[in-house]
Design a protein around this ligand. Sequence first.
Ligand code: Q46
Ligand code: ZN
Length: 321
Amino acid sequence: MIDLRRHNANFCAEHFLEQCRRQVSKAIDRFEMIAQGERVLVAVSGGKDSLAVWDLLVDLGFRADGLYVGLGIGDYSDTSGHHARAFAAERGLTLLEVDIPETYGYDIPDGSRAARRAPCSACGLSKRHLFDRAALEHGYDVLVTGHNLDDEAAVLFGNTLHWHTEYLGRQLPVLPARDGFPRKVKPLVRLTERETAAYCVLRGIDYLVDECPMAAGNRHLAYKEALNDIERRSPGAKHSFYFGFLDRAAHRFAPDAEADRTELVPCSRCGAPTTAEVCAFCRLVDRAGGHLPEAGSPGATPVELGATRRSRREASVGGGR
Ligand code: Q46
Ligand code: ZN
């Protein structure tokens, strides 16, 4: 039995899985995230959320491939890569990979120190750039991330505490494609972290349980803990905080987000959309002591985006389900 206090209900395994599928379908339909037949790229970390969303999308009949980005965070990256590859191989799914140290010559721990950025800020910037790039380069219609209700509520909490109204205006479960960015969607917004973990256990998905070692002290975790405390006393609080915001407040901040939008031009080095001559990613690569891909290699020119390669195991596991 799985007890979901926020729904005031207990579910057996089979009904719990059905409930997860229903919640994801509902999010996809309500926010018009993905149409049947579209090509979907899932940003995969090897953790519970990204593997759960990939599994759910395939189960719901979407054509979804994965992309894993190697961050060079020691054992954590080795193990997370292993989980992502094993998941894809066991199910005959396609996993693309980009290894930052191998292709761009820096890793997140040393690179962020050299660039004088917080690790999560350097990491987030790198991942966003590489996911966007790969989605466009490989012709995907939509990029999926595994952000769940806890993540979105924590981001909302932080943006509200600091009244980042321009961020509040674009904190939506769907960001439409624009100016060289792919459409980005978050189908897990109706599921909590505890639910995605239970989903993985029941589906036999072997995910990376350890937290990233660089996450300690990050404010996002502190916001999550604060919200968990509130949720314990008042089940359903996270859901009503986040969905109440979407229903009743998000549109009020749209003008702030719009005013914050600046004209984008292609980066003179990599071609990604940017407000400056050189994009934030290329500047990070410089300051982190890395390099753009060697001339002649994939991703070396602005036209040919990314430096993705297929998972080594893909060749031996055949097509999808
Ligand atoms: S992987 Fe990267 Fe996270 Fe690790 S360094 Fe921070 S952002 S915590 S999702
Ligand atoms: Zn660039």
